[in-house]
Design a protein around this ligand. Sequence first.
Ligand SMILES: [Zn+2]
Length: 314
Amino acid sequence: MDAFVNVDSKEAASEWIAKFQCHSKTTMPQTRGYDIKGNRVLFREKRHCLHSHEVKKKQGKNVITKHLQSLRARDIGCNASIHLRLIRNRLSLTHPLEVNISYTHNHIINSAESLSFRNVNEKVREELLSLFKDGHSPSSALYVYQDNLHLKANDEQELIEFLADRSVNPDYNYTANLFREYRKAVLGNRNGGLMFERLAEVVKDYNDSGQGKAVFQAYNALEGKAFILCIVTSLMSRIHEKVPQAGELCYVDASASFEPLNTSITLLYTSCAVGALPLGLLVTSDELEITLEKAVFNLLLLLLNILTFTKNIN
Ligand SMILES: [Zn+2]
């Protein structure tokens, strides 16, 4: 079928094809671009259905489908294609863009199976990235996002379509990979310099916020420096000020670590009539005597900075 569309530039043509894919719930990646020679043709490209062999060939990996009968086989030899061409002679007309569509798919285009192969929408990607910025992990970001999806759907039918469509409901693998990329770009590798630069910023923001005070020493294997982070929240400093037991009794809860870098978390408590009250928090990269000694020393310096009543410090 030949059709003509009121689009008169390359950018507008790309926009049109994006809208077309969104509306038809199909994905048609470009399989052939054309070198534009001379100035007669302004824009020309050919696209095929995601389920065609052409797309697989263009991507150039695993060109032979191993399990043809599998439900997860993407290349099922669909022949649907679309050919766009914009030529200068037609620019004066109201509908200059020529569209040649051969739209006979060999599969149902809005079945859950076909929808699950679609590429994730750019807007969805940005939404996930902003959730990561707010401190979400891949699974909690996906949970919040899907929660919103439930609220967005007007009825059951629409919800089912949303959930099946990968372009609006990305899978966990996608989200986890996106998170890995995001973390690498923002924080750098684990234990890398960039991570400590970022931590220094966070500590500075925390100190400026008036919520409490923190001090840290960056990890440095060459100089043999362990990672130490001491935190005294505003609640803790109030306890040091108001609760007399803080100056008399202090016990330590060296609990296990629950995160991938295996840093150890040590909490200092005091005991009074209402029960245990926290006095300080130490996060260290190891539990050597010298490290803990330095950590406690740093914590004491921090407390000295915060408190005017030095008599209450352990
Ligand atoms: Zn198709």
